[in-house]
Design a protein around this ligand. Sequence first.
Ligand code: 8YV
Length: 311
Amino acid sequence: MDVLAIGGHGEADRAALRDAFEVGFIDGPGDLAGIEEAARAQVRAVAYKSGAPLGAEAFDLLPGLGLVANYGVGFDAIDVDAAHARGVAVSNTPGVLDADVADLAVALLTSVHRGLGQAEAHLRSGDWAAGTPLPLARRLAGRKVGILGLGRIGHAIARRLAAADCEIHYWSRREKDTPGWAHHATPEALAEASDDMVVALVGGPETRGMVSRGVIAALGEDGVLVNISRGSCVDETALLDALENGGLRGAGLDVFENEPDIDPRFLQLDNVALQPHRGSATRETRAAMARLMRDNIAAHLAGRKLLTPVG
Ligand code: 8YV
């Protein structure tokens, strides 16, 4: 086999991998040692769809490996330095998922402000028909929204929220040429200036805990936090404390520490909208991600330049 597909690739993607390559499948990097040494030695590329860490130990079991093609834009599970140190390239799937992830971010923010979950429960329970009053929701238009991280996805979120008549503020390491959006020098300064915050950072050690207890406090008791990036970017204990004690009005979350076994405190809250890491989970986008991953593998096997290399 030339290609080893690791992780939860769906049926259609497995079939497409089989059509394109000599491919083997395992569930996680932990299964690598179970593969015969001679078969491991043939592997030239890994198709990776997992949040489990992939690093030196795995690379050393695959002496012919030249590429880890990640299915996803975020590659924080992969030790890129260890890969590069062994001459192994890494690719990801940027661009093709921006619209879906941005749509979900706006949906989560809207859902919290408009109380969509509570209102649907009110209808389904018969409370509407019974004439029970439902508290009024809050307006999205006019909110000052701070986008933390103005990469491709952050930009797509900002464009959508600007179209919804929100005032756009952002933090990114470098100020960008943006249409009237206000740059802030630190995440704390962004939180001070914003009513709500949407986290659109990359994962990894540089952004771990960037939404700190202080940032959450600065957002304040009328603030809503949305996270569609990585759970690691937010101090989750501080977030839960604030949601429980009125330090923050609400949160819309697609990502968590320790997925899928999320902190059960989240499930007790009624001021949150929760999704099981579904930002890119549309048929259209997942097909485009899988194709881009395969195209990177095909380029590597043919000795061509990678389409979307990391680093
Ligand atoms: C996942 C994502 O990769 O692209 C990312 O960084 O977080 C998602 O698109 C997807 O769930 C695949 O497992």
